[in-house]
Design a protein around this ligand. Structure first.
Ligand SMILES: Nc1ncnc2c1ncn2[C@@H]1O[C@H](COP(=O)(O)OP(=O)(O)OP(=O)(O)O)[C@@H](O)[C@H]1O
Length: 608
C-alpha cells in the first residue's frame, strides 16, 4: 500500500540558523553596556526580566496549553517576598530571591489545583480572581507590604556590598540565560514532550501514560519559579515596588509577549519582548498610544500569525523536526515485529486469561451503555467486539483503560483489579489503545508522537533534564531509535520529521497504532482502526494486526468491517444495547441467528 506521498523539498536548516541567531544575541547582550552606557542598559535589564517571566508563562501556557492570567500575581509574590525579606527581616538579596521564588510557587498552587477540575476559559477566570486577591492583599496588608504607597528595599547586594549597575546587568543577563537554557532542556526532554502532548490532546496523553494532573502542576510550578525569580530581581533592581506594577495590565503584557513571539517556541519570549518593548518607542512614549499599539498588534498578529512570529518562521522554513533518519535496515536492529519476544515480566499471573470482565455495568444517567457484561480474553489471541452503533463497544474499552469508571462489576487484568486505578497507570501496566476518532498530538512531529508513547520508559529526573546527563542522553537516544523502529514497522519511517496533522487519514490511523505499539503493551485495544479506510489500507491493517498478534501481543478489536473481523479474529463477542448476545469463533458467530437478526443481517450473508 502506498501510504507515503511524494518527497517534499529538503527543509532549510532552521536549527543552525537559530543557533547563529542565539550566538549573535548573546554577543550583543554581553557587549551592549560597554557601548550603550548605563541609561540604555537599564532599559535592557527590564527586558531581561520580562524575558524571564515570559519564559515561565511560555512553558505553562505555550507548551502545556494552560491559559491563565496569573503571571502578575506570581510576579508580585516574588517581588514582595524578596522585598519583605530584605526590608522587614534585613536579609541579604540572595535570601530574598529564594524566599520570593518560594512565595511565587505557593501562589502558583492556586492556579494548578483548580486546573485539575477546570480548563480553558474557566481556568483563565480563576486566575483573574487570583490577581484581584493578590492586589487586595498588597494594598490592605499595610504593615507588611507598605500598602498602596509600596515599599523600598536595599537593592541587590552581595556580602553586604551593593552591586554596581554593570554587575546587576550581568547578573540578570546570566539568570536570563540560565532560564533560556532550562527552557531548551525541558523542550528537548520527555518533560517537554509531555507538556506538549497535554496541550495537543490531554485524553490521548493520558492514554500514552502521561500523568496529566502531575505534569500540569509541574508546568505551573515552573512558571511560578520563573515569575518569582523575575519578581525578586525586579524588586532588588528597582529598589522600590508598589501594587500598581502587578495588576491586570502586566498579565496582559506578558500574554502579548508570548503570543506575539510565538507560544510554545524557544525564541518566542525573546522576540516578543523585543517587539513589545522596543517598537512602541518608535511611535510615542505616551502610555495611551502604547496601549492602542498593543491592542492593534495583538489583533494583527493573531489574525495573520496565530502561532506568533517564530511559529510563522518555523512554518516558512518547514522546521518541524530535524532528527536524522537512518535507513530501514539500521532501524530494524532496535525493534522487529516479526522477531519480537513479548517481554513477560518476572511476576507472571496465574490466570489463564489476560483480561477478565466480570458483570460490568456502566450507566450514563439512566442509560445502561454496558450492562452486566462478562467475558474473558485468552493470551496471544485476537478477540473482536462487534455490534450495532451505540451497542457499548467503545464504552467497554473506556472501562478497561480507566477512562470511564464502571458503575458495578470488575475489570481484572493479569490478576489485578483495575476498577479504581488511574488511566495513566493502567497504560503503564501493559494496556494500550487506539481511538475510534484518531487522537494524535497534531502539532508534534510523527516521531514525537511515538516518543510520547514511550513516556514511561524515560526514567531520568529533573536534574537529568536540566543537566542533560549521560543517562538522560542515553535514554533519549535509545528511545528515539526504538520509536523510529516502530515507525518503520507501520511504514511511516520517512514521515518521522513531519507534523502529525499533515498526514493523510490512513497514515494518522497508522501512527495511532504505532504509538500504542510503542508502549510495549501486553494487551492492545484497537477501536475501529479501519473506519474510513479503503480496501488496500484495510488489507494493510489486517496484515499488521496479524503480525502483532503473532508477536505475542493480545488484541481486542472493535470493528464494523465484517470481512476483516471474520478473517482475523480468533474469537468474537457480540453486543447489543450494552448486553452480550453471543460469543464464539467466526463461524459460530456467522451462523448465530440472534446475531444475524440483531446486527450482521445481509453483511454476513454476503460474506459467508
Ligand atoms: N460520555 C457519555 N455520556 C453519555 N452517554 C454516552 C457517553 N458515552 C457513550 N454514551 C452512550 O452510550 C451508548 C454506547 O456508546 P458507545 O460509544 O460505547 O457505543 P459503540 O458500540 O462504541 O458505538 P459505535 O459503533 O457507534 O462507536 C450510546 O448510546 C452512547 O450515546
Amino acid at each position: 500500500m502506498e501510504l507515503s506521498s511524494a518527497k517534499k523539498p529538503q527543509p532549510l536548516n532552521y536549527k543552525n540558523l537559530s543557533y547563529l541567531l542565539y550566538a549573535l544575541i548573546l554577543v550583543l547582550a554581553v557587549a551592549f553596556p560597554m557601548f550603550a552606557g548605563q541609561y540604555y542598559a537599564r532599559y535592557v535589564i527590564v527586558m531581561f526580566i520580562t524575558i524571564i517571566i515570559s519564559i515561565g508563562y511560555n512553558i505553562s501556557s505555550g507548551y502545556c496549553g494552560l491559559v491563565h492570567f496569573a503571571s502578575a500575581a506570581m510576579y508580585a509574590a516574588g517581588a514582595y517576598g524578596a522585598a519583605v525579606m530584605m526590608t522587614r527581616f534585613d536579609m541579604p538579596f540572595i535570601v530574598g530571591l529564594l524566599f520570593g521564588i518560594l512565595v511565587a510557587c505557593f501562589v502558583s498552587l492556586f492556579v494548578s489545583i483548580p486546573a485539575f477540575r477546570v480548563s480553558g476559559h474557566y481556568l483563565a477566570l480563576i486566575s483573574l480572581g487570583l490577581i484581584v486577591i493578590v492586589q487586595e492583599i498588597l494594598v490592605e496588608w499595610n504593615t507588611v507590604t507598605g500598602g498602596p504607597a509600596g515599599m523600598y528595599n536595599q537593592g541587590i547586594s552581595f556580602f553586604g556590598e551593593p552591586l554596581t549597575w554593570l554587575g546587576q546587568y550581568y547578573l540578570i543577563l546570566a539568570l536570563m540565560l540560565i532560564g533560556l537554557i532550562v527552557q531548551w532542556g525541558i523542550s528537548k526532554s520527555y518533560l517537554g514532550r509531555a507538556f506538549r502532548s497535554i496541550k495537543n490532546d490531554a485524553i490521548a496523553a493520558t492514554g500514552a501514560g502521561v500523568n496529566v494532573r502531575l505534569f500540569m502542576v509541574i508546568a505551573i510550578l515552573i512558571s511560578g519559579i520563573y515569575a518569582g525569580t523575575a519578581g525578586a530581581l525586579y524588586a532588588g533592581y528597582s529598589g522600590y515596588i508598589s501594587p500598581d506594577t502587578f495588576g491586570f495590565n502586566y498579565t496582559v503584557y506578558i500574554l502579548l509577549v508570548v503570543v506575539i513571539g510565538g507560544a510554545g517556541t524557544l525564541a518566542g519570549p525573546i522576540v516578543g519582548t523585543v517587539i513589545i518593548t522596543v517598537l512602541p518607542e518608535f511611535f510615542s512614549a505616551s502610555p495611551d498610544i502604547k496601549l492602542f499599539f498593543y491592542g492593534l498588534l495583538l489583533i494583527v498578529i493573531t489574525i495573520t500569525m496565530p502561532d506568533g512570529i517564530i511559529g510563522k518562521l518555523k512554518k516558512f522554513v518547514m522546521a518541524y523536526g530535524n532528527e536524522k533518519i537512518p535507513d530501514a535496515n539500521e532501524v530494524k536492529k532496535h525493534f522487529d515485529l516479526d522477531n519480537y519476544n513479548l517481554d513477560e515480566d518476572n511476576t507472571p499471573d496465574k490466570s489463564e486469561y489476560i483480561l477478565d470482565l466480570k458483570n460490568l455495568t456502566k450507566y450514563f444517567g439512566g442509560l445502561a451503555a454496558v450492562s452486566d457484561l462478562s467475558f474473558q480474553i485468552e493470551r496471544g489471541a485476537i478477540y473482536s467486539l462487534i455490534g450495532p452503533n451505540g451497542a457499548g463497544k467503545s464504552t467497554t474499552i473506556n472501562l478497561i483503560t480507566g477512562m470511564d469508571r464502571a458503575s458495578t462489576g470488575e475489570v481484572i487484568f493479569r490478576d489485578r483489579k483495575l476498577n479504581s486505578i488511574e488511566p495513566y497507570i493502567i497504560s503503564g501496566m501493559g494496556i494500550s489503545r487506539t481511538f475510534q476518532h484518531v487522537r494524535l498530538f497534531g502539532r508534534m512531529t510523527v516521531l514525537e508522537n511515538v516518543l510520547v508513547g514511550k513516556h514511561l520508559a524515560f526514567q531520568y529526573g529533573i536534574f537529568g533534564t536540566l543537566l542533560r546527563t549521560p543517562k538522560m542522553r542515553r535514554q533519549e537516544r535509545l528511545n528515539k531509535e526504538r520509536a523510529l523502529a516502530y515507525l518503520d514497522t507501520i511504514g511511516l519511517l520517512d514521515k518521522a520529521n513531519e507534523e502529525a496533522a499533515s498526514l493523510s487519514y490512513g497514515q494518522q490511523k497508522l501512527l495511532d497504532l504505532a504509538r500504542a505499539l510503542s508502549m510495549e503493551p501486553k494487551l492492545l485495544l484497537l477501536d475501529e482502526p479501519c473506519a474510513g479506510l479503503n480496501e488496500t489500507e484495510i488489507n494493510y491493517f489486517a496484515n499488521l494486526i496479524k503480525r502483532i498478534r503473532n508477536s505475542g501481543i493480545t488484541i481486542l478489536l472493535i470493528e464494523h468491517h465484517m470481512k476483516l473481523v471474520m478473517d482475523i479474529s480468533d474469537r468474537i463477542i457480540v453486543l447489543e444495547y450494552g448486553k452480550k448476545i453471543a460469543e464464539g469463533n467466526p463461524k459460530e458467530i456467522q451462523e448465530n441467528s440472534a446475531v444475524r437478526e440483531a446486527y450482521l443481517g445481509t453483511a454476513v450473508a454476503e460474506y459467508a
